[in-house]
Design a protein around this ligand. Structure first.
Ligand code: ADP
Ligand code: YYY
Ligand code: MG
Length: 209
């Protein structure tokens, strides 16, 4: 004991038991196509998709005591405190037999990132970053039609601001570590997936996933 590295490892073993996992963070602005492409990656590369937003929406539906707080924050385009989101992610990881996870829409700010690293000890294999213009993302969100309380123009503008101010710095952090694989997400869905395939096929052939 004594070193910071050992301390982090001990905490990680407490929270995830002995489970060793491969994690890819999937980041990008609202409407950049993260969820759509995660479904493709799951189908072809055997990952399990964990969307932080989906987990939070399920928590609202379940009638949990945090439900109203989460709902209000999502409506305002704000980011839910990391202890809530991390708990949901941790449970989902432990409940799943798989050891390869795409974590979509997390970490969305520095607090998310630092807390996740601290309490799980998980370091992502890499970050898949979906690069797309706000104009295109806005068009997609307004056409998404999933009945979401945050897919209206007022909340969308707030989400874009939060993305630029809080989420892009997380991407920059991972860029400084050489961990970001950037995708041109403005292209049509099949073309975006062709670019993603190159990345995941090379991961599979290295035997790390
Ligand atoms: N490359 C693309 N071109 C056009 N529309 C797309 C593309 N990728 C996703 N979409 C559509 O845009 C909307 C948002 O996609 P989604 O995967 O939910 O994005 P995110 O999870 O990043 O918010 C959905 O209606 C989806 O069908
Ligand atoms: N790490 C996260 C992820 C999502 N949330 C909340 C705030 C986000 O605006 C909403 C919706 O997230 P979601 O990833 O589903 O949204 P998009 O797929 O990017 O459109 O959920 C959060 O508070 N913390
Ligand atoms: Mg999504």
């Amino acid at each position: 004991m004594g070193s910071a590295t050992e301390a982090t490892k001990d905490i990680s073993e407490n929270l995830l038991g002995d489970k060793k996992v491969t994690v890819v963070f999937v980041l990008g602005g609202p409407g950049s196509g993260k969820g759509t492409q995660c479904a493709n990656i799951v189908e072809h590369y055997g990952f399990t998709h964990l969307s932080a937003g989906d987990l939070l929406r399920a928590e609202i539906k379940s009638g949990s005591e945090n439900g109203t707080m989460i709902q209000n924050m999502i409506k305002e385009g704000k980011i839910v405190p990391s202890e809530v989101t991390i708990k949901l992610l941790q449970t989902a990881i432990l409940e799943n037999g798989n050891d390869k996870f795409l974590i979509d829409g997390f970490p969305r700010n520095e607090e998310n990132r630092a807390a996740f690293e601290r309490v799980t000890g998980i370091v992502p294999e890499f970050v898949l970053f979906f690069d797309c213009s706000e104009e295109e993302m806005e068009r997609r969100l307004l056409g998404r039609n999933q009945g979401r309380v945050d897919d209206n123009i007022e909340t969308i503008k707030k989400r874009f601001k939060v993305f630029v101010e809080s989420s892009l710095p997380v991407v920059e952090h991972y860029e400084s570590l050489g961990k970001v694989k950037r995708i041109d997400a403005a292209k049509p869905i099949p073309e975006v997936f062709e670019d993603i395939k190159v990345i995941f096929s090379s991961l599979a052939s290295k035997g790390t996933a």
